[in-house]
Design a protein around this ligand. Structure first.
Ligand code: GLA
Length: 409
């Protein structure tokens, strides 16, 4: 009997302790009302990797305005890895004094003076992927520092996080930002490992769905212990994720490689697909030296409008045949965006009879029925009207290119 009593008491105290543990409630919520459409901006990593400094960032801000990108909707100027110097004796992080001699507050002020927003990068682990100080154990302190600098966007990476659980680690930074009080878009860069689309919507505003993008249309780069992925490989990895995206919380298939060396056709296809995916449009090229073609792609307002559509419904693949894919994206006002993507190595002819196909999107409960309604067809790259859905659509799509249309009633 005594033994039983001891056992019983042990059970009660254990249960009490357990319930106390469970009683802890996270009282901070992410900033709502940010990123109601996919964020648009620029990030230093794809082109400059660790070679960042304040002159580059200021010149990029200037170029974002001068090139027409700001006018087209791009807002964020984001510094990726390697801006960091050391932590001081009180634990405060400082920028690298050689690369950022004027300090981050002055840089943020400059960016804000151009009507743009300022983004920065850190890591949930002890060190960033580039070996700079991470935020682990310093989350609330770093968030205060970022707020004092005027940071508007934080990309938070996942290197050197042994023993951490992703959701909790990102919750901690989300809470820290909230506590610091300055609204910050939180970009979860966890590479899709722990299915961030399932917990990310509560914690941040966008989450990487894959490992890093590679500047190539259709290939895989093997780095030994990890791989980076071409545009088509990343596109394929988005399958099954569209239901998780929506206003304020987006799937992030990584920053763009437009203007970094692929062909103009490939860049066009890349930009068309990121727009169909309702992906964040974060340019990753040198904005100071853009070709006319690159500028035209990145600032095509009608394509951007597909990406920024207020419904925030991620597009879907309707069919795939010999490397020719047809994609649809429902838009506000009963409109539809359509892309014919040619992944193959030869030009292909598209023949699409709108009236013979009824397109149903079960997720958004929307239907494109061209035998009941006639839609006007607009070609977004040639910027020309292309008749109506009464006529079968015909076009030649060059290899690694995409024809993009909007249908409206
Ligand atoms: C990781 C991220 C990249 C970039 C680098 C910086 O690989 O996924 O986007 O931020 O780290 O080191």
């Amino acid at each position: 009997m005594k033994k039983l009593l001891v056992f019983f008491c042990a059970l009660i105290s254990c249960a009490t302790a357990f319930s106390q543990g469970n009683n802890y409630e996270q009282t901070y919520e992410k900033f709502e009302g940010l990123a109601l459409t996919p964020p648009m901006g620029w990030n230093s990593w794809n082109k400059f990797a660790c070679n960042v400094n304040e002159q580059l960032i200021r010149e990029t801000a200037d170029a974002m305005v001068a090139s027409g990108m700001k006018e087209a909707g791009y807002t964020f100027i984001n510094i990726d890895d390697c801006w960091h110097g050391e932590r001081d004796s009180l634990g405060f992080i400082h920028p690298d004094p050689e690369r950022f001699p004027s300090g981050m507050k002055a840089l943020a002020d400059y960016i804000h003076s151009k009507g743009l927003k300022f983004g920065i990068y850190s890591d949930a682990g002890s060190m960033t992927c580039g070996g700079r100080p991470g935020s682990r154990g310093y989350e609330f302190q770093d968030a205060l520092t970022y707020a004092s600098w005027g940071v508007d966007y934080l990309k938070y990476d996942w290197c050197n996080t042994e023993g951490l659980k992703a959701e909790g680690a990102y919750m901690t930074m989300s809470a820290a930002l909230r506590r610091a009080g300055r609204p910050v878009v939180l970009s979860i860069c966890e590479w899709g490992t722990d299915e961030p689309w399932k917990w990310g919507p509560r914690v941040g505003h966008l989450w990487r769905t894959t490992g890093d993008i590679y500047n190539c249309f259709d290939c895989v780069e093997d780095h030994g212990t990890w791989k980076s992925w071409g545009v088509m490989q990343i596109l394929d990895k988005q399958e099954g994720l569209r239901q998780y995206a929506g206003p304020g919380h987006w799937n992030d298939p990584d920053m763009m490689e437009v203007g970094n060396g692929m062909t103009v056709n490939e860049d066009r296809a890349h930009f068309a697909m990121w727009s169909m995916l309702a992906a964040p449009l974060i340019a990753g090229n040198d904005l100071r030296k853009m070709s006319k073609e690159t500028t035209e792609i990145l600032t095509n307002k009608e394509v951007i409008a597909v990406n920024q559509d207020k419904l925030g419904i991620q597009g879907f693949k309707y069919s795939s045949n010999n490397g020719l894919e047809t994609w649809f994206k429902p838009l506000d006002g009963g409109k539809w965006a359509v892309v014919f993507l040619n992944r193959s190595d030869a030009a292909q002819t598209v023949t699409f009879d709108w009236r013979k196909t009824s397109i149903k999107d079960e997720l958004s409960n929307r239907e494109l029925n061209a035998s009941n309604d006639t839609y006007k067809v607009r070609n977004l790259w040639s910027k020309k009207d292309a008749g109506t859905t009464k006529k079968t659509f015909k076009a030649t799509v060059p290899k690694h290119d995409a024809v993009m249309l909007v249908l409206s009633k």
